[in-house]
Structures are given as structure tokens and as C-alpha cells.
Write a protein that binds this ligand. Structure first.
Ligand code: CTP
Length: 710
């Protein structure tokens, strides 16, 4: 989260204003400074007192703030901000911003801003789709304003449709991305070493160097800003790191640093060795203070372990190692030699002859060296700035590095990258809190397993991974390390050309029973059922991938749904719950049975038509009507499957996950289409009859681009 950043939130007069209170609180909690500015009539929707209490700062509305005539300097506010977010932004404020009007404090501040400006529109469906509003949005977009698209749902007017302000979580995500960049390392654990080490002669004397640890610290924070869970192992004198995404491990000696690295390295995809480790330590350590004597004293030194070399030579497939090289001559040549000798993937070379070459400087200049690409030179800048640039470079070089690595090692024609971006949480609520570290380690190990595993042979970029979550609520610790749990599994996918994400799968599986041993290797075998825990994770991973693929390419998910079925077959003889036919009508057996049943073929075609030919096309006004027809057609296909093979758990699950979205777009259909789809939906999911009947009651009309929704 954007700790230390200054966010100005402009609120205009919309009913959605109340939602901003939660956003302000969340931002303040995460360490951001928040200044709220209201348009003159916004305080009819939310009180300045609430907002100033939450933000801890006075809330401004007018250019002249109080009876004494104190002037609020909009230019200062504009300059103060790292980001301005206008949310909710009414059609009126939007129009004023697009035309450069500045007859209130918020508009004047926006005009004075030098920082990024984001806008979250909130208005009625028809106002939002009105050509003037759309033209205003395009204008702001062209000026570089970030438009946070509204969602579809119930509007203040009582109508269903587009125009509902993006939910606060989405606003928070947008703020985070604007301020910190895309969280492309989310779900990844990263190791960073920083600072010097101290090698003791006796209890009070030691050998060390001038390293301040600033570069390593800045890198740890920049990596955490990009979503990584960072393990920072740092030597003495390094400034304290307070970033919530960084876990700190203070050490003193090189030997301690190596031990700390060995403990976490296996779980870290990326490892950055920025520490200035002492190359030697005294051969002897005196327990007592060495006494002064007249005789000359000579020190015997022995070599310390080379931590980077250890990491490079113990690297596993999919891990990426970054080292540093401080050189004073033949810099590139020596840097490349270190890259090679220590088996790193990238070396950050800095020269003592460059600006900031001295270790404890505030600025630094460096050159990034890899085995297969040209050196990338980064000019002198403050270390915090440099760290951000470096992380972006790591990202690019990381992907390329992996391609080269695999082509070389395996002769494959594809890149190694993980498919899933899975947030796994292990919630030990019901089984007691004594073993917090054990559960945290379990959560991390499961996350590393699911996100680190290569489930397909396809190439993925980090940002293309499939977003999903598995929330494991531990219900009982049966004995030792055997648990009973309930797991909620969700996946979603982005909709093309919008900030909207659509839910693909959402299921609560009450039958998780598994054994978890910290020491046991998390190695999954496709052909045998070795661990119930790994089989469950692998089953859902394949299912999520299969369904996701089916929404993009016609039946392209079939191989993964088959793999999920194979996992069920392997598990059939296991004594654990959830895999067998007669245990329940709602279990993993049935999920896989229905997904692979030939009667469900049209269901999968429906997934493709609904998402690829429907939702993904909604951003083009001229395609809206056609896209909606595809979605209605998909519902009809799914309805036919249900009629031919009634009673399966899959269709109600699907409808439940998609309910608000389906109601949203169906509400804009033609009356005859509405009547038909409502009948089909009720036939499939009678429990939600009242919800579906709302479709008939709402307006819409389905002609022209205005008939569209997301
Ligand atoms: N390094 C390490 N352990 C050591 C020494 C160095 O992990 N005992 C790492 C540093 O963290 C850095 C890289 O190796 O990432 C290169 O460090 P540097 O001091 O430039 O080189 P050395 O290997 O120490 O070699 P030399 O001093 O001869 O240049």
C-alpha cells in the first residue's frame, strides 16, 4: 500500500460519496496522507466532520474557508498531492473538468495539479452513456487522466445499469497501481540482503566496511511496493525498514547471513544479494577482550562463505538470482566474470569511478549485466529512485532470462512462467492461535506450491497470470498435523479493455481433510495420489485453468479439465472426503464429472460465447447489441444443458457467481428477450426467482449503444 504518499480525494455530490469514508480510512491505515476536498454540495451526502476525523486533516470545500476569510491555496494543494482522485465524480464535475472550468476549490485544485489525476464516474446509466458524457470522458482520457470505469449494478435511481461508481477496493487498487506501479510480484516471495557484516575479533572489536545498506533497503521496499513478500536479511547499521510488505531478519556476521538466507531461499523466486559481505573473518575469536601489548599484533584471516555463490550454485528451476559487483577497474569485464563465476542471472555493477561509487552515498549509478543481453546503464539518481527503475528492469530481464534459460536447459520452445496468481490464506481461527508461525509457514508453502508450479506448457507473462484465491478455514486439528477444513475457491478474469473483472468460479468445498508436514517436499505427481493436500490444490488449479481457458478459446480448457478428472480418479481409493461418488451430490467428484461430461459440451461453448464474444466486446459501442445477444444465447445453451441433465451442481454454482452481472446486462435487453431469459434463469435457479424477476421490472430497451452494459 502507498505508505507515505499524499493522496487528495475530491468528492462531488453523489450518493456514492459515503463509500469514500472506508477508502479514506484504508488509505490512512496503510500510511498514506489523505486530504479531502468536497465540492460545495457534496456535504449533503457525507459530512466533513466524518471525513476530517478519518483523514486526520481539515476538509476543504471553498476557496475561502472560514469567517476570517482564510484562503485555501489550491495551487499548494495541487502541488502537495502525489495523486488526485475525484470519486465519486458526477456528470457535472466531469463536464467541468473536461472544459477546464474552475468555479470551485476542487476544480481549481485539479487544474493546478502536476500529479496524476484519476476519476471515478458515478451517475445514472443514461447520463453515463449520453454522448456528451462519453465525449467528456474521452477528452479527459486523452489528457492523461486515468478513468476508473464504473460498474454495472443497482443505481440510485432504482434502475440497473452502468454508472455505479467502482467499488472502494477497485479504487484502492487503482490508487496503488498509479502510485506504486503494477503489483506484478504479488504472491511472490523475494529475498534481499543488505548492509555490511561484522566479523568479530573479540567481544568489542570487529572488521567491517562502509556499506550503509541503503541500496538493499530501497530495493526491498521497491520490490514490496510491487506486491512481493520480501525477506530482508540485513547487517548492522542498516536503517530500520517499516514497510508492511517486508519481513526483517537482522544479522551480524557473514555466517549468520548465510544461515538466514538458507532458511528462506528455497521459497523465494527472486533473490537479490545487495549486501557488502566481508570477504574475510579473523581466524580466531577471543572470548575475552584482547589485551594491548608492546609486541606487534598480526591478524590471521580466513575466507568467509560467498553467499551469492552459494545461492547461484543451489538455484532451482524458476528461481532468479541477482548479485552486485563493486569494481574499480575493467568494470564490465569483472562484473561479467562475477556473473559467470557466481552463476547469477543478473549483476548490478557499480564502479568506484562512477558517481555514487562510494558505498555509503545517497545516489548511485550502475550497469545491469546479464549473460545474453546488452548491458543496461542506469544514470546516477537517488537510491530510492534507482531501486524502482531497477525493479522494472529486473522484470524485463527476468522474463527474457528465463526464456534463454529454458531454451538452453530443456531445448523447449516455450518460456517458463507460472500460470496462477493465487492468494492463499490459511485461517486457523477455530483451531487456536498458539502456532501462528506454523500456519503462516503453511500458507506460504501452499502459495509457493500453487504459484510456483508449471501447470501448462504455455507461455505466461507475470501480468497474464490467472487471478484466483483459496481461503482455507481450518475447522479442526484432528491429530498432530492432520486437519479438517472448509475451503473457498474463487477465480476471476479481466474483461478486455476495461477495469472490470468477471467471476469465473466460486465454490465452497467443506470437505478438506489433509495432513501437512513442514519438512515434507511439496512435489506433486500427476499420475499418483500421494498427498491429499497436493491433490486438492492441483485439482482446483487445473479446474481454474480449464474454465479460464474455455472463456478465451473454444474448449481450449478441455485438457486441464481432463487432468482434474485424472486427479479425481487417482484419489478415488483414498480414504479422505470429497472425492467419491456416493459421499455427496456436491463434491469434487461431481464437479469433475459434470465438467467432463459430454452433455455439458454446450456449457463450455456457452462460457466462450458469454465471455469472449459477449463481455469482451462490450467496450465497443457498435458491438454492444451483438455482444448482449451472444450472452443471452450462452444462457440459453446453459439452460438447455440443464434441461437435458437436470440437478447438477455446476449450473447453480455458475449462476450464483454471476448473478449481479447477469441481472445487469439482461436488464438492458429487449422486452421479448427479457421475458425469455428470465424464464430460463428461473428454470435453472428457482431459488433466486425474485432476483431474476427484477430484470423484467427494470428499464432499458436494447437499441443503440445506450442499450449496453457490462
Ligand atoms: N558476496 C557474498 N558473499 C561474500 C562476498 C560477496 O554474497 N562473501 C556477494 C555480494 O553480496 C555481491 C557479490 O557477491 O552481490 C559481489 O560482491 P563484491 O564485493 O563486488 O565482490 P567479491 O565477490 O567480494 O569479490 P572482490 O571483492 O574480489 O571484487
Amino acid at each position: 500500500m502507498p505508505a507515505g504518499k499524499k493522496v487528495l480525494i475530491g468528492i462531488s455530490s453523489s450518493i456514492a460519496a459515503y463509500k469514500i469514508c472506508g477508502l479514506v480510512r484504508e488509505l490512512v491505515r496503510s500510511g498514506a496522507e489523505v486530504q479531502v476536498v468536497l465540492t460545495p454540495s457534496a456535504n449533503e451526502f457525507v459530512t466533513p466532520l466524518t471525513l476530517s476525523t478519518l483523514s486526520g486533516r481539515p476538509v476543504y470545500t471553498n476557496l475561502v474557508q472560514n469567517k476570517e476569510g482564510e484562503w485555501v491555496n489550491h495551487v499548494d494543494l495541487g502541488l502537495w498531492s502525489d495523486l488526485i482522485l475525484v470519486a465519486p465524480c458526477t456528470a457535472n464535475t466531469l463536464a467541468a473538468m473536461a472544459s477546464g472550468s474552475c468555479n470551485n476549490l476542487l476544480l481549481a485544485t485539479v487544474l493546478s495539479a502536476r500529479c496524476p489525476v484519476a476519476v471515478a464516474p458515478a451517475m445514472d446509466h443514461d447520463m453515463f452513456l449520453h454522448p456528451t458524457t462519453q465525449a467528456n470522458l474521452q477528452r479527459l482520457d486523452a489528457m492523461g487522466y486515468r478513468i476508473i470505469a464504473p460498474g454495472t449494478g443497482e443505481l440510485a435511481s432504482g434502475l440497473m445499469g452502468e454508472g455505479r461508481m467502482a467499488e472502494p477496493e477497485l479504487l484502492l487498487q487503482a490508487i496503488r497501481e498509479i502510485l506504486l506501479g503494477e503489483p506484478f510480484l504479488s504472491g511472490q516471495r523475494v529475498l534481499v540482503t543488505a548492509g555490511p557484516t561484522r566479523e568479530y575479533l573479540d567481544p568489542v572489536r570487529y572488521i567491517t566496511n562502509r556499506s550503509s545498506g541503503k541500496m538493499g533497503l530501497a530495493l526491498a521496499e521497491a520490490l514490496a511496493d510491487r506486491g512481493a513478500q520480501v525477506e530482508l536479511i540485513y547487517g548492522p547499521g542498516t536503517e530500520k525498514c517499516r514497510h508492511p510488505g517486508v519481513t526483517t531478519h537482522p544479522v551480524e556476521t557473514a555466517a549468520q547471513m548465510l544461515d538466514a538466507c538458507r532458511e528462506v531461499a528455497d521459497h523465494c523466486t527472486l533473490q537479490v544479494y545487495a549486501a557488502a559481505v566481508a570477504d574475510y573473518r579473523p581466524a580466531m575469536f577471543s572470548e575475552n577482550k584482547i589485551k594491548k601489548s608492546k609486541a606487534p599484533l598480526s591478524l590471521d584471516l580466513v575466507a568467509n562463505p560467498d553467499i551469492l555463490h552459494y545461492a547461484g550454485t543451489h538455484k532451482k528451476q524458476g528461481q532468479f538470482i541477482v548479485g552486485f559487483a563493486l569494481e574499480s577497474e575493467n568494470e564490465i569485464e569483472n562484473g561479467l566474470l562475477k556473473l559467470h563465476q557466481k552463476q547469477a542471472d543478473l549483476v548490478v555493477m557499480n564502479s568506484l569511478r562512477q558517481e555514487g561509487g562510494a558505498m555509503d552515498a545517497g545516489h548511485m549509478e550502475c550497469t545491469l549485466l546479464t549473460a545474453h543481453q546488452d548491458p543496461v546503464h542506469l544514470p546516477a539518481m537517488p537510491k530510492r529512485e534507482l531501486a524502482k527503475v531497477m525493479v522494472d528492469q529486473f522484470r524485463q530481464l527476468l522474463n527474457l532470462g528465463l526464456v534463454v534459460y529454458l531454451l538452453w536447459v530443456l531445448g523447449w520452445n516455450s518460456a517458463y512462467a507460472q500460470e496462477l496468481n493465487c492468494q492463499i490464506s490459511v485461517n486457523p481461527g477455530k483451531v487456536g492461535g498458539a502456532d501462528q508461525q506454523f500456519y503462516a509457514n503453511m500458507q506460504q508453502a501452499l502459495t509457493t506450491f500453487v504459484n510456483g508450479q508449471k501447470w501448462t506448457a504455455d507461455e505466461y507473462q507475470f501480468q497474464e497470470r490467472i487471478n484466483c484465491s483459496i481461503n482455507i478455514m481450518l475447522d479442526e486439528r484432528i491429530s498432530g498435523n492432520t486437519f479438517k477444513a472448509t475451503a473457498q475457491i474463487q477465480s476471476s478474469r479481466p474483461v478486455y479493455n476495461s477495469t472490470y473483472t468477471t467471476v469465473i468460479f466460486n465454490y465452497t468445498d467443506p470437505d478438506w481433510q489433509f495432513e501437512y508436514n513442514e519438512a515434507q517436499a511439496m512435489e506433486f505427481n500427476e499420475n499418483a495420489h500421494t498427498s491429499n493436500l497436493l491433490s486438492m490444490l492441483a485439482f482446483y488449479a487445473n479446474l481454474i485453468i480449464g474454465l479460464d481457458y474455455n472463456t478465451f478459446g473454444k474448449e481450449s480448457g478441455t485438457p486441464y479439465l481432463r487432468k482434474a478428472q485424472q486427479i479425481v480418479l487417482n484419489a478415488q481409493n483414498a480414504i479422505e472426503l470429497g472425492w467419491r461418488l456416493n459421499q455427496s451430490l456436491r463434491n469434487r467428484y461431481w464437479l469433475s464429472e459434470l465438467l467432463n461430461n459430454s452433455a455439458y459440451k454446450p456449457f463450455h461453448q456457452g462460457l466462450y460465447e458469454y465471455h469472449r464474444q459477449g463481455l469482451d466486446q462490450m467496450h465497443k459501442p457498435e458491438r454492444v447489441i451483438d455482444a448482449r445477444r451472444k450472452m443471452l444465447g450462452a444462457i440459453e445453451k446453459i439452460h438447455d444443458v440443464n434441461r437435458n441433465k437436470p440437478g447438477g451442481m455446476l449450473i447453480p454454482l455458475y449462476l450464483k457467481a454471476k448473478l449481479p452481472e447477469i441481472i445487469g446486462f439482461c436488464s438492458k435487453a429487449l422486452p421479448a428477450e427479457k421475458a425469455k431469459v428470465v424464464e430460463q434463469l428461473i428454470a435453472m435457479d428457482p431459488l433466486n426467482q425474485a432476483e431474476y424477476n427484477r430484470i423484467n421490472a427494470t428499464g432499458g430497451g436494447g437499441s443503440g449503444p445506450g442499450g449496453g452494459g457490462r
